[in-house]
Ligand binder design. Structure first.
Ligand SMILES: [Zn+2]
Length: 275
């Protein structure tokens, strides 16, 4: 499932490629995940020009020239793919955007959990600024150890890994970056928040930021079926320390990485050097 670094990679590529492009024609081949409805979606976006591409947590926002924005959540397997004109859509291409310059943008989704929602840009702004759905952005300066500590301490009884994944204290962390951040911080995923020291929270903060930054630099993690706007894999899966490495040696201490189930998710940690 795409997390912050994967969505940020796609955002940067979309910003580079389609800002200034007009959506000449929009063809819906599977419309159940378009909001408020397929017809309204097509009517609201056809003919508009893309003015900017933003990201909030794992949500992509395409701001259009007509005061509307397209909010996209990729969920499990959603992807945007930019292809040359006349490329035939595959069976999982649910929406085809024909750009005025001839290129095509596909929205594909094998599992069909992703969605595209058209809404006034003013509402998209409040989604961004209000921060009601999501905690702070980990790659912004406002995300400090103190901000993280304050949010964690309001939830003393929570288990650390599921809390990191629920977006309240930091946006964009899913299963991969929760495991990676905790490995870097040398903290076990099952710890209760109230047992954390100030130093551990600082390490956790640094682990979140560092694991996200490195992945963005490497174009995201293609551990499952994630590919970027050009259909190519990222490279962060080549340097993972914990996620997906059950039974293999920890690069820090040499002990085997352990895989357990936690909250229904595969969870990876080093029992020797994560305390
Ligand atoms: Zn270790």
């Amino acid at each position: 499932m795409p997390e912050l670094p994967e969505v940020e990679t796609i955002r940067r590529q979309l910003a580079k490629e389609i800002v200034g492009s007009r959506l000449r024609r929009v063809t819906v081949r599977f419309g159940k995940r378009l909001q408020p409805s397929a017809d309204k979606f097509v009517a609201a976006v056809t003919g508009a020009t893309v003015r900017g591409v933003r990201r909030r947590a794992k949500l992509l926002l395409l701001d259009l020239s007509n005061g509307q924005s397209i909010a996209t959540h990729l969920k499990m397997t959603g992807k945007y793919l930019l292809v040359p004109g006349k490329t035939a859509p595959g069976k999982h291409a649910h929406v085809v955007f024909d750009l005025a310059d001839g290129r095509r943008l596909f929205f594909e989704d094998v599992r069909k959990f992703g969605y595209l929602k058209v809404l006034p840009t003013a509402e998209a702004d409040s989604l961004i600024v209000g921060g009601q759905l999501y905690g702070p952005e980990p790659l912004e300066k406002s995300f400090t150890p103190a901000v993280l500590a304050a949010c964690l301490m309001r939830r003393p009884g929570r288990t650390l890994k599921p809390l990191l994944m629920d977006q309240a204290c930091v946006a964009g962390v899913g299963n991969i970056y929760a495991d990676e951040s905790l490995w870097r911080a040398r903290i076990r995923p099952g710890r209760r928040v109230k047992t954390l020291s100030a130093d551990e929270i600082r390490r956790l903060h640094d682990g979140i930021v560092a694991s996200m930054r490195r992945s963005v630099k490497l174009g995201g993690t293609s551990a499952d079926d994630y590919v970027n706007l050009y259909g190519r894999k990222g490279r962060n899966q080549l340097v993972l320390e914990a996620y997906g490495r059950g039974g293999r040696p920890c690069s820090r201490c040499g002990g085997p990485i352990k895989r357990v189930r936690m909250g229904g998710r595969g969870t990876h940690f080093c029992p020797k050097c994560q305390k």
